[in-house]
Design a binder for this molecule. Structure first.
Ligand code: NAD
Ligand code: DAU
Length: 343
């Protein structure tokens, strides 16, 4: 099969490329990526050595480029990871989020309709459900939880999900959607909590925790997300919608302390700073449906995954040193330079 992976030069997409090449050597993997600030060709160095892998630079919002992709590569399956993915950036500049995350999804699905496809898979997020209260640990997001978004990012992802469902119902496009909780692991861009804290700690730089740090995220090792998507595109049915998560809730402040401890750095590096606007309190996925329907289970416990992740950042310094040189410094100054310290 020919599988197009859009956004395959980013964090989860690249991990999925490696997962597919390792587990399905019979398939051809075509990575289609615009190489925005979040896309990095160095991440795909090893994949480039594989004859079953092709990289094509292109934008999912560009109809001509997408048409060329479909004519030349004749995909059987499209897995759409391409997106603007950072909540803080969406608060600063929503426009590109609407364009890439909503319009781009529509452009890809139009090409799927025109050329025919076995499956279009939309990689969505648990953020479409909004947040849960901190004092109700009995509540979880299920596939029937109402959409209730907080940020321009999550609103754009929810809009894309609605468009995917509409294309399935109206045109019969064979779609599927997965909504995963927070991922962590190799190739995670250092604007996100876990890699940012690892890298700042390694530089003995302050660790900027938003607000009290009591917000809860439900962490999943990235390879487990990849194995779930792999099952959905191969064993799931058209029209399916699955939540993905491993019941791994942690408060941000505790995650940061775990990282400091693993690196032998003092907790005095923690600095509580101005909170994120509209900051979601708690995410927590109920993964019962995918477990019962497809037999999916996460393989990596947080204790092991965080250790593997920290080791990866320690042994791949050149990867993240390249990433944080240049534009990243200006981004960091803009986002954190004016945040006030709170006691
Ligand atoms: P990322 O920001 O690391 O990577 C996004 C990739 O998309 C980059 O390679 C970028 O170059 C590419 N891209 C952006 N705009 C594009 C365009 N117009 N055309 C083609 N390529 C474009 O993101 P990520 O964290 O790997 O997330 C991937 C997907 O998974 C996103 O759809 C995100 O919403 C979803 N998701 C992420 C998480 C998480 O914890 N990171 C959890 C659940 C779902
Ligand atoms: O839940 C899935 C989502 O997880 C994905 O859809 C998003 O693409 C992905 O970016 C992620 O969103 P979050 O906003 O949860 O991730 P982020 O790493 O930005 O922040 C995690 C938590 O840490 C959040 O509560 C905000 C907090 N935080 C983050 C940063 C960058 C801090 O306290 N300090 C920071 O500097």
């Amino acid at each position: 099969m020919n599988i197009v992976v859009t956004g395959g030069a980013g964090f989860i997409g690249s991990n999925f490329v490696y997962y597919e090449l390792a587990h399905h050597p019979e398939d051809k993997i075509i990575c289609y990526d615009a190489l925005t600030y979040a896309g990095n060709l160095e991440t795909l160095d090893e994949a480039m050595k594989n004859d079953n892998f092709v990289f094509i630079k292109g934008d999912i919002t560009n109809r001509d480029e997408v048409e060329k992709l479909f004519v030349e590569q004749k995909p059987d399956i499209v897995v759409n990871f391409a997106a603007e993915s950072h909540v803080d950036r969406s608060i600063e500049n929503p426009d590109i989020f609407l364009r890439t995350n909503i319009l781009g999804t529509g452009v890809l699905m139009d090409a799927c309709r025109k050329h025919g496809i076995k499956r279009y898979h939309q990689v969505s997020t648990d953020e479409v459900y909004g947040d849960l209260p901190l004092d109700r640990p009995d509540l979880f997001f299920t596939e029937t939880t109402n959409l209730h978004t907080s940020s321009p990012y999550s609103a754009s992802k929810a809009s894309a999900d609605l468009l995917v469902m509409a294309y399935h119902r109206t045109y019969g496009l064979p779609t599927s959607i997965s909504r995963c909780s927070n991922n962590y692991g190799p190739y995670h861009f250092p604007e996100k909590l876990i890699p940012l804290m690892i890298i700042n700690a390694l530089h003995d730089k302050k660790l900027p925790v938003y607000g009290t740090g009591e917000n809860v995220r439900d962490w999943l090792y990235v390879e487990d997300h990849c194995s779930a998507i792999d099952l959905i595109i191969r064993k799931g049915k058209a029209g399916d919608l699955f939540n993905i998560g491993g019941h791994n809730e942690k408060r941000n402040i505790d995650v940061v302390k775990i990282i400091l401890k693993a690196l032998g750095k003092p907790e005095s590096l923690i600095e509580h700073v101005t909170d994120r606007k509209g900051h979601d309190r708690r995410y927590a996925i109920d993964p019962t449906k995918i477990r019962e329907a497809l037999g999916w289970q996460p393989a990596t416990k947080f204790e092991d995954g965080i250790k593997k992740t920290i080791d990866w950042y320690l042994t791949h310094r050149s990867w993240w040193e390249h990433v944080i040189s240049g534009d990243y410094q200006a981004y960091y100054q803009k986002m954190y330079g004016s945040r006030e310290t709170i006691e």
